[in-house]
Each structure stands twice: as structure tokens, then as C-alpha cells.
Design a protein around this ligand. Structure first.
Ligand code: ADP
Ligand code: ASP
Ligand code: MG
Length: 831
């Protein structure tokens, strides 16, 4: 039968109702169970107060505290229907307590030994009641006092277990109960000194009791039941956005508790990490929650830092002197001097010039630490090698903890950058040699703010998707129309190669159309079904999606911890503001949508700037020549130091087709009619014919190349005016016929000069012109066939003969290919 240890904190044992609830939780455990109980919530604090009052002469008020505690336990007992024998036990403990308090006040002396005896009463009372509650639930339970078996040294208030002894005595005390099918309910927090006196393990020490027992019994698991769902990424009272960390390595958990995360006592992890026993922290109020698992695994996940914790009331001390440089072991000696006096050092850091060492100690120990250091460095002080030992400010230490830091460069820089941006003054820093934590001393008053700033800077407020995939590439697709669907199909096809080449797994987490969006941070599992329904004309909201725009989708997505999120825009909507938000949130963006980049000049620059400042990629290959490497070529020229002088060419497959038909002798209206009938045009052919689309491409090319500035506009001559938009096809063709003669004569005139009409876009410094133009038949553009696109770059390097990119530049598949190419570039960057 497996053995489990279940520890219930004071927060889970507030009153009789909570005890009954806990008893039921224990009843549902399918294992041999040891229960470890803390005192009822707040009881230990009351005992501390009573002892302090008694020694300070406040005997009556001290005894009032005792009666209040007595009453609280009696009420609970009554609610538990006064089980036989338990009242007597309670009376016995309370009588001893009253006696101890009386003695302390009479002697006006509170020794650590007596204090421990007083404090242990809280657990002695709660275990009696909890055992009774369990018996009422039909569990064979018995209260057992740890100060009868858990051997420790005699360091009262902060006792250390004596391993060779307690492992044996613990087994001897508890195994007989387990073998008899009984559940021992053990007092947490307490131990037994070699002289038989009661000791305590330090405040919050019941967690430690639980793992000590688990280690001694070689238990299969330890549960630490408390009032929160697990270990949070920061104290939830300080950072409301803190989230549960699903898994911690023992070392991470130790470090966090050492640096003030109260949820687990500092030394809790020692016995279980030694034996490899998993520990779970769970919420007794919400037992269905998975909690945090602590074990030996290393799970860096996407965030190298898992949590931030803080300790207050520390004081900085520094040992300063130029004579220390090059002298080995100074830090170790300082450390040793303090350790010899039992003073714990919470942080130690040495400046790189080695001319000073900073140490932090709890403020209560500052004076003792100062004198320890002064005597340790007496000789150096005399010689002047150490100039002075300074007691500095009251500080708080904020620690960022996570084993992943060792593998992720630049975390410390990010932390300091964030603190600097918030004008939080860093007084000292230290990084553990294991790179498990970075601790930062800040002014005591700044601690909470520093914790919040760091938590935010590391994105720890993001909800885990629950399907942790460090190799994920999370895609959000706006516009699952024909191009969008083709992108996803091509991506699916390349999935294996993407994993092989970049080590990444693309995953579609959201789709958005005009009606709304579907979103699942763990990946859309009905993707194929949704896309098929979408292709059949059904909207996303009709398929159970959420109504809302792109901003609403981003709001939802930004609360999750997505992996390398990429926004893919295959719409023709004015989505510039949304792209800005995505970039600033650290997403990469791929767009086939020309509107944002060809809109207001400021928006274009804002987007490019935002991508640069947030270190993200904004890719737009498909906006100019679909799958052709137009922008890529432009960037290649720029990156290699070339300067573009002009870019010109044919950027519309539809208009290319129409012009080619004209060349073969078709009338304009006939050529358009054929283009429409073959499906080469947009649903409203005017969109193509008016030249606006080519105009946008020219603007994007001009802006990306730096040829067009804020004041520069494009001159567009369409084949038809744009106010013909929306005309029925028959009417459109009728009107086009009025232009047939004009085009026929332009064609003839061109032909007479050995030229041919093309629909041309031409960008040079400060100008962009788009419209029909005659070009020599014997030129790259003149030779262009059918609907192919062509861009011809002239630059300083390609001055004599231009660099030409040519090929099919329209159509769903090649456009999707352009988008996919951009996604792959992002994968290459982010792997
Ligand atoms: P118990 O009485 O169950 O031992 P404690 O009060 O000792 O409970 O510990 C639980 C409390 O620890 C929580 O209520 C929470 O306020 C506090 N806490 C501080 N830091 C953290 C953290 N990082 N994660 C979870 N809880 C924390
Ligand atoms: N009751 C003790 C305290 O309040 C021990 C514990 O709760 O773990 O410190
Ligand atoms: Mg606790």
C-alpha cells in the first residue's frame, strides 16, 4: 500500500466545519496516510503574544489570550459533538499552558525552551480536534505528539532534526499505526531535543515536519494543503495577476521559500529532494485544482524565471577597502565569520573591482553581524587593507527564481532594464553561481513595486495554456478565406520539415473573420472542421465562435502564455492598429494585407518602428508580388549596402492579362470580358481595373525602399475610374466599350514605334506613377507574357543592367506561398 503524508496548515483548520471538511479529504485518500496538522489558524500568533505579554508583566492579558484560545477549541469541540475523552485532553493541554504562562510572568523570564513548550500547545490542541473529526467520519485516527519522537538538536525556536535518530524514531512511532490501518495525526512544527524538551522548527515549520516524516517513511507523495491553489508566480497579495506555477524543481521551490514565499517553509524540500519524493501544494478549499507539483524534474518551459519572491527587513553591510583586491577568500571569510555566530546571510555580492563586498542580513542581526565582521577583519582594518565596515540601508531582497535562467542569456539584463525604466534604484545584486536566482536589493519601501515590475517584465502574469510546449509556434490567422486556408494547408504539408529544420511545432490557436473568432490557447482541435464549414460559407460565430473584433481576440489571447505567437493577416481590413498592438506585445506579424502598409504614411512608419523596438518581425512579402521574392530582393539590396534608384514593373496579373490580350488585337472590353469569365478578376473587376491595387503595391515598394516619403503620393491612371465600383458586369462592359477606340489608338501608336502597352508601376525618388504606358517591345517588360508579374530594380550596383524578378504574381497558391515563406523566416529567427 502506498504511503502518503498530508499536511494541513492553520488556514485549513480554522474551525470545526473546516476540520470536518479536512477529515473528508483524508477519508478520500486511497493510501496509508499520515496527517500532519498545524495549529488552528492564528493560534500560534496568539501563543506568541501571550508569552510576550507574560514576560512583560501583563499576566492578566496573557491569561485572557489563553482563555480565548480555550474557548475557541471548546466551541469546536461542541460542534464535533464532544467526542469522549477529547475534552479531557484539551483541558490538560490548556491547564499546562496556563501554568507555563503563570510561571513566565512570575519569573519575568521567557527562555527559548519554555517558549517552544508554549508554542507547541497550538498543535497539541488542533491535532486532538482533528483526530476527533476524523473519527466522526469513520476514520480510525489518533493524535500523536511529535515531541515524543521527532529528534532534533537543542536549538530552540529553530531546531535542526537529527537525521540518524529521527528517521528511526519516526518509523518506530508511526509504522505500527499505519500497519494497524490507523491514521496518525501528528503535531506539526514540534520536535524533541536531546534532553527531552519540546523544540520548534521555526514559524511555518509544519511543512518541514511533513517532509521529514515522508523522508523517514519513504512515502510516495506529500501533499501540503493550504488556502491557495498552489505556488504562485509571486505572492498573490502583492501581485494580483500572479498565476499558479504548475511545476517546480526542488531547487526552485527551496530558493523561492528561502526568499520569502511563505507558502512553503524554507527547509521543506530538504528531506523530499534527498529521497526524490514528489510534493504537491494544494488548496483544501478547492481540492479539485491540480496545485503545484514539486519534484526533481527540470521543466524550463517558455519562461526561464518561474517566480519572484521577496524578503523584507534586511540590512546591507559592506566591507570596503582597496587592499582587498586580489586577496583570495575575502568573501568566504566574511561569510564564515557570520555563520560562526549563527547569523544567516541572505545575500552576498562582490564588486568586480573586488574592492567591496556587500552582504545582507536580517535587520535584527545587523549589529551582531557588524561586530562579527569587525573582529574577523581586525588585522586588515589595522593595516588599512580594509578601510571600513559600513552598515547601510534597510533593504528588501527581491529574487527571480528559475533553473531556466542558466540556459537563457540576458535575463538579468531584462530585469535591470525593467527596474531602471520604472526608476527603481538597485542597491546591490547577486547571482547565485548555479544561476538559479538573481537577487536584487532595493529600498525596503520599493519591494512590492519591484516585485510587480519584475513579474510584469517577465510576462509571468500570462496564463499557462496547460499544454506546455516549449517548441510551439502559435499562429493566429485573421481571414480564413481562400488564401488563409491555402496558407494553413501548405503549412500542414511542411509540418515535418519545420520541426526538422527549426525544431518548432506550428499550432493554430485562433481564427478570426468579420463575424468573430475561435480561440483555444492549447490549439484549435476542430481546425479542419471549422475551415471546411468556413469554406462552405458559414461564419465563425455560427460555428460556436465568440462575436468580437480583432481587438477582442487579442485581449483574450494576451492573457495566455502563447509560444512565439505570430499574427497572420489575410484580410483586406484596416488592421494597422491591431498589428501595432500585436507587435508591441511581442508577437511577430505576417501580412498579405496591403491596407495597413499602404495607408497613412505615419501608420507605416509606426509599424516598422514598433517592429524594430520590440525586436519582432513584420513580414509582408505577399503584399507585392505574392510568392515572388520582391521584398526579399529589396532587403537583400539594402542589407548589402546598395541604394535603390528605381523600381518598376507590372504588379497585377489581371491587368497583365488584359494588356496581353490588347496586344493580340482584342478590344479593351473584350479583353476584360475574357478576364472576368476566366475568373482572373476580383469579384468586383473595378478593384483591379481602376489601378488602386497596383497603386498600393507601388506605395509599399516605395516606402520600404525609402524612395517615397511622407509627402509623396502615387499618381494612378486606371483603365476605368474607381467610381465605377459596384456596377453590374453588363453595365461595366457597356461603359468599357466607350473606351475601346481610345485604347485601340494608343495601342496602334505604340506599335508604330516598336512599343507595346503595359500596365506599369514606376517608383523613383519622390514619385510613383501607375498606369498604362508604352514600352519597347524588345525590353524585359515588353517581353512579359500573359499574367506574369515583373519587378525591375535599378540601383547603384545594378545601374547598367537591372535586377529583374519575374514570375506568376497572383493566385491563391502563390500568395499563400509568400505568406508561408514569411512564417518560415520567423521560425528561423525564433527557433
Ligand atoms: P498554511 O497555514 O496553510 O501553512 P501559510 O499562510 O503558511 O498557510 O501559506 C500560505 C500563504 O502563503 C498564502 O495564503 C499566500 O498568501 C502566501 N504566499 C506568499 N507567497 C506565495 C506564493 N509565491 N505562492 C503562494 N502563496 C504565497
Ligand atoms: N503553527 C505554526 C506557525 O504558525 C507552524 C505552522 O503553521 O506551520 O508558525
Ligand atoms: Mg505555512
Amino acid at each position: 500500500m502506498p504511503v502518503e503524508v498530508h499536511k494541513f496548515g492553520g488556514t485549513s483548520l480554522a474551525d470545526a466545519e473546516r476540520m470536518v471538511h479536512v477529515a473528508r479529504l483524508v477519508g478520500s485518500v486511497d493510501a496509508s496516510t499520515v496527517v500532519v496538522a498545524s495549529a488552528m489558524g492564528g493560534a500560534t500568533d496568539h501563543l506568541v503574544e501571550a508569552a510576550n505579554l507574560a514576560v512583560a508583566g501583563g499576566r492578566d492579558t496573557a491569561l485572557e489570550r489563553v482563555s480565548a484560545l480555550h474557548a475557541r477549541h471548546r466551541i469546536a469541540l461542541l460542534k464535533l459533538k464532544n467526542p469522549p475523552g477529547v475534552a479531557d485532553e484539551v483541558e490538560r493541554v490548556v491547564a499546562e499552558l496556563a501554568e507555563l504562562i503563570g510561571a513566565v510572568s512570575r519569573l519575568a523570564e521567557l527562555t527559548p525552551r519554555v517558549r517552544d513548550r508554549i508554542l507547541s500547545c497550538g498543535e497539541k490542541l488542533s491535532t486532538r480536534l482533528l483526530a476527533a473529526a476524523m473519527q466522526r467520519e469513520g476514520i480510525d485516527a489518533i493524535a500523536v505528539d511529535a515531541d515524543t519522537f521527532l529528534a532534533t538538536d537543542g536549538r530552540h525556536g529553530q531546531a535542526n532534526p537529527l537525521r540518524v535518530v529521527y528517521e528511526r524514531t519516526t518509523r518506530a512511532a508511526l509504522l505500527p499505526h499505519l500497519e494497524a490501518g490507523r491514521v496518525p495525526v501528528v503535531t506539526g512544527f514540534c520536535g524533541q531535543a536531546p534532553d527531552g524538551a519540546t523544540t520548534t522548527l521555526g514559524r511555518g515549520g509544519s511543512d518541514y515536519t511533513a517532509t521529514l516524516i515522508a523522508g523517514a517513511l519513504d512515502a510516495d507523495e506529500v501533499s501540503i494543503w493550504t488556502d491557495v491553489d498552489g505556488v504562485y508566480s509571486a505572492d498573490p497579495r502583492v501581485v494580483p495577476q500572479a498565476r499558479i506555477v504548475p511545476h517546480l524543481n526542488y531547487r526552485e521551490a527551496s530558493e523561492l521559500s528561502y526568499y520569502g514565499a511563505k507558502v512553503l517553509h524554507q527547509r521543506t524540500m530538504i528531506p523530499v529532494s534527498r529521497a526524490g519524493i514528489p510534493l504537491r501544494t494544494r488548496n483544501s478549499f478547492r481540492p479539485e485544482q491540480p496545485g503545484t507539483v514539486v519534484d526533481g524534474r527540470f521543466t524550463p518551459g517558455s519562461h526561464p524565471v518561474k517566480a519572484i519572491s521577496a524578503i523584507r527587513d534586511q540590512q546591507l553591510l559592506s566591507v570596503e577597502g582597496k587592499g582587498m583586491a586580489g586577496v583570495p577568500g575575502v568573501a568566504a571569510r566574511a561569510f564564515g565569520a557570520l555563520a560562526d555566530r549563527g547569523l544567516s546571510v541572505t545575500m552576498i555580492s562582490q564588486s568586480s573591482s573586488e574592492s567591496s563586498i556587500s552582504l545582507a542580513v536580517p535587520s535584527v542581526d545587523a549589529l551582531a553581524a557588524e561586530s562579527a565582521l569587525k573582529s574577523a577583519f581586525r588585522d586588515e582594518l589595522g593595516r588599512g587593507d580594509v578601510e571600513e565596515i559600513v552598515v547601510g540601508e534597510e533593504v528588501g531582497l527581491v529574487a527571480a527564481v528559475g533553473l531556466g535562467m542558466a540556459h537563457t542569456p540576458g535575463v538579468a539584463a531584462r530585469l535591470f532594464g525593467a527596474l531602471g525604466a520604472e526608476r527603481l534604484n538597485v542597491l546591490a545584486i547577486a547571482q547565485g553561481s548555479s544561476e538559479l536566482n538573481v537577487s536584487i536589493a532595493v529600498d525596503d519601501a520599493d519591494v512590492d513595486r519591484a516585485v510587480r515590475v519584475l513579474h510584469d517584465a517577465l510576462g509571468l502574469d500570462l496564463i499557462d495554456t496547460g499544454s506546455e510546449s516549449p517548441d510551439g509556434l502559435d499562429l493566429v490567422l485573421l481571414g480564413p478565406g481562400s488564401v488563409g486556408r491555402a496558407v494553413l494547408a501548405q503549412l500542414e504539408d511542411r509540418r515535418e520539415q519545420i520541426l526538422e529544420r527549426f525544431g518548432l511545432r506550428p499550432r493554430v490557436v485562433a481564427l478570426a473573420d468579420r463575424s468573430g473568432f475561435v480561440f483555444d490557447p492549447a490549439g484549435l482541435d476542430r481546425l479542419d472542421e471549422i475551415l471546411a464549414a468556413k469554406a462552405g460559407g458559414s461564419s465563425l460565430v455560427e460555428q460556436g465562435g465568440t462575436a468580437g473584433d480583432g481587438d477582442a481576440l487579442l485581449d483574450a489571447a494576451l492573457t495566455y502564455r502563447l509560444m512565439r505567437p505570430v499574427l497572420i493577416d489575410c484580410t483586406d481590413a484596416p488592421s494597422g492598429a491591431l498589428m501595432l498592438r500585436a507587435l508591441s506585445a511581442g508577437w511577430d506579424v505576417v501580412t498579405a494585407n496591403k491596407v495597413p502598409l499602404a495607408g497613412p504614411f505615419e501608420l507605416h512608419t509606426d509599424l516598422v518602428d514598433m517592429a524594430r523596438t520590440s525586436g519582432r518581425l513584420l513580414r509582408a512579402e505577399a503584399t507585392v508580388g505574392a510568392g515572388l521574392p520582391v521584398i526579399e530582393t529589396l532587403e537583400m539590396l539594402q542589407h548589402t549596402g546598395d541604394r535603390l534608384t528605381t523600381a518598376e514593373g507590372c504588379l497585377s496579373g489581371t491587368l497583365g492579362f488584359v494588356m496581353a490580350r490588347l496586344q493580340q488585337g482584342d478590344k479593351l472590353s473584350e479583353a476584360v470580358e475574357v478576364a472576368i469569365s476566366r475568373g482572373y478578376t476580383e469579384p468586383d473587376p473595378v478593384t483591379d481595373l481602376c489601378g488602386a491595387d497596383v497603386g498600393r503595391k507601388a506605395v509599399i515598394l516605395g516606402r520600404l525602399s525609402g524612395l517615397l516619403g511622407p509627402e509623396d503620393e502615387v499618381e494612378v491612371e486606371g483603365l476605368v475610374p474607381d467610381d465605377w465600383a459596384g456596377l453590374p458586369v453588363a453595365e461595366l462592359l457597356d461603359r468599357l466599350r466607350t473606351k475601346d477606340a481610345d485604347f485601340e489608338s494608343r495601342r496602334a501608336a505604340a506599335e508604330a514605334e516598336g512599343k507595346v502597352l503595359r500596365y506599369l508601376a514606376r517608383v523613383s525618388a519622390g514619385t510613383a506613377v501607375v498606369g498604362p504606358a508604352a514600352v519597347p517591345l524588345d525590353s524585359p517588360i515588353g517581353r512579359l507574357a500573359g499574367s506574369d508579374n515583373l519587378v525591375l530594380f535599378r540601383s547603384e550596383r545594378y545601374a547598367e543592367r537591372p535586377l529583374v524578378v519575374i514570375g506568376p504574381g497572383a493566385g491563391v497558391d502563390v500568395t499563400a506561398m509568400g505568406v508561408l515563406g514569411d512564417v518560415l523566416r520567423i521560425a528561423a529567427e525564433r527557433r
